[in-house]
Design a protein around this ligand. Structure first.
Ligand SMILES: Cc1cc2nc3c(=O)[nH]c(=O)nc-3n(C[C@H](O)[C@H](O)[C@H](O)COP(=O)(O)OP(=O)(O)OC[C@H]3O[C@@H](n4cnc5c(N)ncnc54)[C@H](O)[C@@H]3O)c2cc1C
Length: 463
């Protein structure tokens, strides 16, 4: 049986980046992936439009990131899109929609209630001064906003702007962890896309790696002094000196992988506390741009689809021989994703088109979205058997969670210098829940392995 230095479990951004670095360093690495394809939560549909449509991770959040750097160095065709900065000149392409009032609002029309909301979202740290860490840990964002007196009419917008970006609901965002995230170096805010899509990243990282697809890890045995043995659901076994676990949090929560011996209790407690909610995209294609020229992103309170963004020409160079195509992506997470997912396919697209008609209809055309609609696709990440959700979010920390470190920090810790952890939910220095955060965790696991299992020592040892 071939034995490896390192087995990487999962072929998302974290696993591939870790394996890519280890391989470059000379380690004998194998990546095992449960799915028949690689890339994890980055995935494309290449037939829907003239450019590849991202069904999962889409934007590079921030120019000062490892992901941006890789895209730039390798000429993947980066272009800037909307910004998520509230109240900023950089955000002139970002609009807000108050669903109950049927009001589409540009940055320069933001009213006093909205200003109060945006200030409250930016002042969580000051607003919790005087509270104990335990009290802040247990407090959720809805409670804080209500306590601050943020008017009810804009709470739906708070959900769309903040918690839906985090992939969950207002009352599931924990304040202590949200403050921790806001203080990280890349708290967004410029966004970029890649003309070639995030597949360029996956192809680049996978190049030269040994990858086994349809290879779903069932157990990781690190009992004996000799190393690690990973067994698949099909009864195959691979051995190595160490393994890097990069599977989504849901997979750990639902015990798809049996660790022998069991993982330390503090890690099990961390896995239990961190949240990961539902997430889906509904992507519709139109034959006309029926929205304002300058509109690229709309954050929609009290609406079935909380975030929508536009794509197509002039952002995309298209074949002039073919008819122009315009795309609107609806990004839906948390309980709203569960609600939309429960509808029939016909009702899902109807709900989306109705919302777009309400937002952009006028006396010349009350139903522009319905009238210009060509076709659509839906991708529900809860239905992906090896992901089962969107991504992790800053969670509420119950008082029963007695550790001083954040749960994500605990999740990231390696065990016995044999089981290393990476993946977006283990991001501690960089942002959770993003492709860049995942890449950074892959880099961290690589450094941990290099430091604790240097190539020279593992090659010399009888392990
Ligand atoms: C709808 C959506 C939109 C998003 N938008 C953005 C965005 O615009 N920008 C951004 O930066 N991020 C975005 N994200 C988040 C980003 O895609 C993820 O944070 C990132 O891709 C996660 O990478 P990862 O390596 O941690 O995990 P994953 O990519 O999930 O990789 C883990 C891999 O483990 C595999 N696996 C599971 N179980 C097993 C097993 N038992 N054995 C072997 N393999 C297994 C899975 O199949 C998967 O391939 C989005 C995510 C979603 C769902």
């Amino acid at each position: 049986m071939v034995s490896y230095d390192i087995i990487v479990i999962g072929s998302g951004a974290a696993g591939l980046y870790c394996a890519h670095q280890l391989n470059k360093e000379g380690y004998k690495v194998v990546v095992v992936e449960a799915d028949q394809r690689i890339g994890g939560r980055t995935r494309q549909d290449v037939d829907f439009t003239q450019w590849p449509i991202e069904l999962g991770g889409e934007m590079i959040h921030g120019g000062d990131t490892l992901y941006y750097q890789l895209a730039k160095e390798n000429n993947w065709g980066i272009f800037e899109v909307f910004s998520m900065e509230l109240f900023s000149q950089n955000s002139k392409n970002t609009f807000f929609y108050l669903g109950r009032e049927r009001k589409l609002i540009s940055q320069d029309q933001v009213d006093d209630d909205m200003s109060m909301l945006f200030k409250a979202l930016g002042s969580m740290k000051e607003d919790t001064q005087g509270m104990t860490q335990e009290q802040i840990g247990e407090m959720n964002l809805l409670e804080l906003l209500v306590k601050k007196g943020v008017p009810y009419r804009v709470l739906g917008l708070a959900d769309a702007v903040y918690s839906k970006t985090w992939g969950t609901n207002l009352d599931r965002i924990g304040i202590r962890e949200a403050i921790r995230e806001d203080e990280k170096p890349q708290a967004i805010l410029k966004n970029y896309k890649i003309q070639q899509s995030s597949k360029a990243l996956v192809d680049f990282l996978a190049n030269g790696l040994e990858i086994k697809t349809n290879w779903r890890a069932k157990s990781v045995d690190y009992r004996d002094g000799g190393g690690v043995s990973v067994r698949s659901y099909n009864g195959k076994t691979i051995t190595a000196k160490a393994a890097v676990v990069t599977v989504p949090l849901t997979i750990l929560k639902e015990n798809d992988i049996n660790f022998v011996p069991a993982l330390p209790q503090r890690k099990l407690d961390a896995i239990n506390v961190i949240g990961m909610d539902a997430g889906m995209k509904i992507i519709a294609k139109f034959n006309k741009k029926f929205w304002r020229q300058d509109c690229q992103l709309v954050l929609c309170g009290d609406s079935p689809v909380p975030q929508i963004w536009m794509d197509g020409p002039p952002l995309r160079p298209l074949d002039k021989q073919k008819p122009a195509e315009f795309v609107v992506t609806g990004f839906i997470t948390g309980d709203q994703a569960k609600s939309i997912a429960s509808l029939s396919p016909a009702a899902q697209i109807k709900a989306f088109l109705n919302q777009l008609d309400s937002m952009f209809g006028n006396s010349q055309d009350w139903t522009p979205a319905t009238n210009c609609f060509i076709s659509h696709i839906v991708y529900d990440w809860c239905k992906n058997p090896f992901v089962r959700g969107a991504y992790s979010f800053p969670s509420i920390i119950p008082s029963s969670f007695k550790y001083k470190e954040s749960p994500n920090q605990i999740l990231s810790e390696f065990v016995d210098k044999k089981i290393f952890f990476a993946g977006e939910a283990t991001a501690t220095q960089y942002e959770l829940s993003t492709i860049n955060g995942a890449l950074q965790t892959g880099l961290r696991a690589y450094h941990e392995i290099k430091e604790n299992l240097p190539l020279t020592s593992i090659r010399d040892s009888k392990l």
